[in-house]
Design a protein around this ligand. Structure first.
Ligand code: ATP
Ligand code: MG
Length: 141
């Protein structure tokens, strides 16, 4: 049985720079995601390090957090049955070279790093990430 889930997505600085925001949000709506909240902001290097703390030991951590704090991002709280896995499917593979046709990364990602979009990967990370960017009162009922 599929359950109603919430997930957090980020339209990353590379995609904002490419004027892809409208196209990506249209994809969310076309695929049945309900937008519970949405905002554009810039995060600091420190905030990017906190958000991506699970990757702190990776070789790409410094570069990733510079990238994510290097320009405006758009964050959305999304809701749908099976939202977490369905969003990951719509995003496509981390490396756009492996992303399937019709996915957001196939269309907008440039490299494995500058890959246009983030999506929570599990229920516990979705909870952490939604709470990182949104207070409960900011989410639509
Ligand atoms: P995200 O967490 O942003 O949704 P993901 O879950 O597909 O992406 P992760 O393995 O969690 O991929 O990596 C987080 C992010 O770090 C990637 O989206 C990408 O921007 C960057 N990244 C991942 N692997 C590499 C790499 N080998 N070199 C450079 N950057 C990378
Ligand atoms: Mg990830």
């Amino acid at each position: 049985m599929k359950t109603l889930q919430r997930t957090l997505t980020i339209i990353k600085p590379d995609a904002v720079r490419k004027n892809a925001v409208g196209d990506i949000i249209e994809q969310f709506e076309k695929h049945g995601f309900r937008i519970l909240s949405m905002k554009m902001l810039e995060i600091s290097k420190h905030q990017a390090e906190q958000f991506y703390a699970v990757h702190a030991s990776k070789s790409f951590f410094n570069s990733l957090t510079n990238f994510m704090s290097g320009g405006p991002i758009v964050v959305l709280a999304l809701e749908k049955e099976n939202a977490i896995a369905d969003l990951r499917k719509l995003m496509g593979a981390t490396n756009p070279a492996n992303a399937e046709e019709g996915t957001i990364r196939k269309k907008w990602a440039s490299t494995i790093e500058f890959n246009a979009i983030h999506g929570s990967d599990a229920e516990d990370t979705a909870r952490f990430e939604l709470g990182f960017f949104f207070a409960g009162f900011e989410l639509a009922k």
